[in-house]
Design a protein around this ligand. Structure first.
Ligand code: KG4
Ligand code: ZN
Length: 323
């Protein structure tokens, strides 16, 4: 839950993580997620407003994530967002989750100009997108199978790491040694901007079965997994800059919180005279501040969802209306 002011910026930003709730199941359980949202949402609204020292009468609109994603969880947020707006007599608007990720860098004091290239890497998506303006997104390449975050999470699971595996695997990789294991860099040998990460999972499964999984071996595998994913993402992002002639790259989405990726991407892009923008870590993983920023841009342009409660499991990014 976030309260955002056009002039003063982010006034409050609250997160109730469901990680603990889902951990024993090794992944998100959709029904539990929706039911827990029901319990958590109103208290979060209250605490965000109080933290922002803002009364509902001061608000000019309510924006909520309308998709794509788990329909039950989306409906919970959409129904609450639309209802609050109805009670407060202000407009409501459903926002595209990925547009939130793409516009998250606008939360930072130094924001990238348009057009730029975005590498959107999350648990569900791996995409290179030409961001021409707010709402004008051209998908240049995406994954054919698993997303980068999924590759982190699934290989982490094979190593016996708890959910969500991405940050755990990155932590373990810190003590891993380079060169002990080498995993395939999928699609690097092929032209184009598409990704494929499902082969990595299989390669790791073979490695795990072939050796005794001591802590040191796990760390070496974690290092090699991260190295393969990071190198693939960096190489394709550079290729994207080259093909579009753009010099600014934005890295967003949960995997954008990965420190090895951030460091290597910065070095590689700056070496060719380009610039990289990262939202800070808390704005990389899912958060309400990025939805507030994206939604406010659209509200300010006069868009709203009327009385509809908008929730879409699927919602192509390039179907959005440009501002
Ligand atoms: O954007 P996000 O919070 O949620 C989705 O929309 O999917 O991304 C979550 C993904 C998960 O796969 C998680 O493991 C990964 O981002 N992730 C990381 C790191 N932090 C989060 N992956 C690698 N290293 C990290 N530090
Ligand atoms: Zn996300």
């Amino acid at each position: 839950m976030a309260v955002y002011d056009d002039a003063r910026g982010l006034l409050a930003h609250e997160l109730f993580s469901q990680v603990e709730l889902h951990r024993i199941f090794g992944g998100v359980v959709p029904e539990l997620a929706s039911r827990d949202h029901v319990r958590r949402l109103l208290p979060l609204v209250k605490s965000a407003l109080s933290l922002a020292a803002t009364a509902p009468v001061e608000l000019s609109g309510v924006v909520y994530t309308a998709g794509p994603g788990l329909i039950g969880a989306l409906l919970t947020g959409a129904a609450l967002g639309r209802s609050l707006a109805y009670g407060w007599r202000i407009p409501a608007l459903g926002v595209h989750h990925l547009e939130g990720h793409l516009l998250a860098p606008l939360l930072e004091p130094e924001a990238p100009d348009f057009p730029h290239l975005a590498l959107l890497v999350s648990g569900g998506h791996t995409m290179l997108i030409e961001v021409r303006a707010v709402g004008s997104y051209v998908i240049l390449g995406q994954t054919r199978d698993d997303a980068a975050g999924e590759a982190f999470d699934k290989t982490a699971k094979l190593l016996g790491l708890p959910y969500p595996g991405g940050p755990e695997l990155a932590q373990l990789a810190l003590s891993g040694r380079p060169g002990v294991f080498t995993f395939p860099r999928p699609m690097l040998d092929r032209a184009g901007l598409e990704f494929s990460f499902s082969g990595l999972k299989t390669a790791v499964l073979h490695a795990v079965r072939a050796c005794e999984l001591t802590t040191a071996v796990k760390a070496d595998i974690a290092y090699a997994v991260q190295d393969a994913i990071v190198e693939t993402l960096v190489t394709k992002a550079l290729r994207g800059l080259e093909e579009t002639g753009l010099d600014t790259l934005v890295v967003s989405g949960g995997v954008g919180a990965n420190k090895a990726l951030r460091a290597r991407m910065r070095a590689a892009v700056e070496a060719r005279g380009g610039r990289v923008f990262y939202p800070r870590l808390e704005f990389c993983t899912d958060n309400a501040a990025m939805i507030a920023v994206a939604g406010l841009k659209r509200l300010a342009a006069g868009q709203h969802s009327g009385l509809a409660i908008e929730a879409r499991a699927q919602w192509p990014l390039d179907a959005l209306e440009a501002l």
